[in-house]
Design a protein around this ligand. Structure first.
Ligand SMILES: NC(=O)c1ccc[n+]([C@@H]2O[C@H](COP(=O)([O-])OP(=O)(O)OC[C@H]3O[C@@H](n4cnc5c(N)ncnc54)[C@H](OP(=O)(O)O)[C@@H]3O)[C@@H](O)[C@H]2O)c1
Length: 294
């Protein structure tokens, strides 16, 4: 895999992108009304070419979106490193996946052990920091705050990607130049959008604060890693039907939540489009490929 081919899917110029709609119900209704194929049928635009022969590492690869990203990368010809705390049967069933277990992203030692296990091998072309945590607990003044859970989310979702990326960069495990670091953050990390999505109610402090911090992590890493030729992007994977969002099952249909297989294609499509030419770390909604404001 050459550095050039690692960024094969990236356009010569960064794709022109406008900003997307903050109201999720309206966004999905508009997409259906206008027959937006990018939103409704990712297969109609999907370009997985960049994955062939690329070495792709996914954290939290044992279930949910991470598992689907690992499966999709393998299906499209990537060499997959599935990092997880504990493997699942589904992860182990992927052909040619290299599983690294014990990858607890709140542990520097575990992240360094991951890097150690990769040292001396072909460098990673794309690191996907996917592991995340959003507990089903009350998180507002009315129902009660939970500072322990708040800090745990921050540790996993904001500091986790920094620990993993730093360990890999330090050991020279990420391709230079030509590598990409992808932070799977969330639209919940958009400060501006809180005034729409949390209007007059606030809440979900732990989740939204940690994802805003994860976005900042991505922006700063983009600046630090640009001279090494490594691109960084913050991606909102879209609304996916996973264990994490089971508590929102009642709004899955009206807000256009998709199965992870679809969500993974949307994410992979955008990974192919981002590159060093994007300014800083673009914050992209993988549902429609448009920008979310920080
Ligand atoms: N689903 C959505 O609609 C949605 C929307 C926006 C953003 N996201 C983001 O997308 C990512 C994946 O979400 P998901 O829906 O697939 O969640 P999920 O089904 O709950 O899976 C979470 C994954 O993260 C791993 N993880 C949790 N804590 C960890 C830790 N301390 N160290 C290492 N791994 C850890 C889990 O591993 P274990 O099995 O070991 O717990 C699991 O593999 C997350 O970052 C999430 O915030 C999801």
């Amino acid at each position: 895999m050459s550095a050039q081919s690692a960024t094969k899917g990236a356009a010569a110029q960064p794709p022109a992108r406008g900003f997307t709609e903050p109201d999720q119900v309206k966004r999905y209704a508009d997409a259906k009304a206008s027959g937006n194929k990018r939103v409704l049928d990712i297969d109609s635009v999907y370009d997985p070419a960049w994955m062939k022969g690329a070495r792709v590492l996914v954290t939290g690869a044992n279930r949910g979106i991470g598992l689907s990203l690992a499966k999709e990368a393998a299906r499209c010809g990537a060499v997959v490193v599935g990092a997880c705390r504990k493997p699942s049967d589904e992860l182990a069933a992927i052909e040619n996946v290299e599983i690294v277990d014990g990858v607890e992203v709140t542990s520097s030692a575990a992240c360094e052990a991951l890097a150690e296990s990769l040292a001396g091998k072909d460098p990673i072309d794309v690191l996907i920091n996917n592991a995340g945590y959003f507990p089903d607990v009350s998180d507002d003044f009315t129902g009660g705050l939970n500072f322990e859970e708040n800090l745990k989310q921050y540790d996993i979702c904001a500091v986790g990607p920094l620990r993993v990326t730093a360990a890999l960069v330090k050991k020279g495990c990420l391709r230079q130049p030509g590598g990409k670091v992808i932070n799977i953050t969330s639209q919940g990390g958009s400060a501006l959008w809180r005034q729409v999505q949390n209007a007059n109610k606030g809440g979900d402090y732990g989740h939204h604060m940690c994802k805003a911090a994860a976005n900042m992590c991505g922006v700063l890493m983009a600046e630090e890693l640009r001279p090494k030729g490594i691109a960084v992007a913050n991606l909102h994977p879209g609304f996916n039907r996973t264990g994490m969002t089971k508590k929102y099952e009642h709004i899955w249909d009206i807000e256009g939540a998709v199965e992870c297989e679809v969500g993974a294609k949307r994410v992979m499509h955008e990974i192919g489009r981002v590159g060093l030419l994007d300014s800083g770390a673009p914050f992209i909604n993988c549902e429609d490929g448009l920008l979310i404001p920080y």
